[in-house]
Design a protein. Sequence first.
Length: 231
Amino acid sequence: MRKAQKIGAVTVVGGGISGIQSALDIANSGFKVYLVEEQPSVGGIMARLDKTFPTNDCSSCMMGPKLVELANHPNIEILAYSELLDVKGEPGHFQATVRKKARAVDPEKCVGCGICASKCPTKVPDPFNGGLSERRAIYVPFPQAVPLVYTIDKEHCRYFTKGKCRICEKLCKNKAIRYGSEADHTLRPRLVLHLCARLRLLNPGLGLRLFSRLGLGLGLRVGLSFRGHDK
Ligand code: SF4
Ligand code: SF4
C-alpha cells in the first residue's frame, strides 16, 4: 500500500437512501465523494414512497433535507445517469472508470424550469409511479429531483425515433437541448476507497414467494404514493 500517495476520495455506487447517507457521512468526515447513480437523479426507491415501513414516517420529509445537503455539499460530486464500469488498483490507490450517459440536455444550461416537458407531445408510462401515470419524453423522474436536470428518453422521443419534432429545442430559452452534439463520456476518478451502497431489494436468492410479496408490497406502496407527472 502506498500510504504517501493516498488521494482522499471515495466512490459510492447507488444513489438511494443508503448511498445518500453513506455519501453524506463520508463527505462530512472530510473525504471527497463521487456518488454514482444510474438513474437521471438520486433518490432511489425511497423517493417513490410517501411512507416508510415500519414506522410510517413521511419519506419525503426524511429525504428532502438529505437531498438538499447532498446537492450543496462541497465534498460531493453527484454522477447521475452514470454507471461504474471498472475499478482497478489496490487499497488506498484505486482508479474507477465511470461512464456518464448523454442526456441530450446540457446540465450546465438546464435550470429545470420544465417548459420543454409541458409541451412535449410524447407521453409514456412513468416508471417512477409504477407505470400508473404518464410522463413526457423529456423528463425529470420527480419534481424535487437532484440534480434537477431534464433528460430526453431517446427510446420514445419523436426526434430520436422519427427524425422530427424539436419542440423542446424551440421552447428552451437556455439553449440546453443537445440532440446530436453530445456523446457518452468516461471519467476516471482516482480513489482511496470504493464502496457499494446499492440496495438490491428483490434478491432472487430470497425465493419466488418472498420476491412476489415484496414486489406486490412495493407496487401497492408506489401506487398509494402517486405523485409527480401527469396523473
Ligand atoms: S431543457 Fe430548457 S426548457 Fe427544459 S427544463 Fe431545462 S432549461 Fe427548462
Ligand atoms: S423532440 Fe422529443 S423530447 Fe423534445 S418535445 Fe419532441 S418528442 Fe418531446
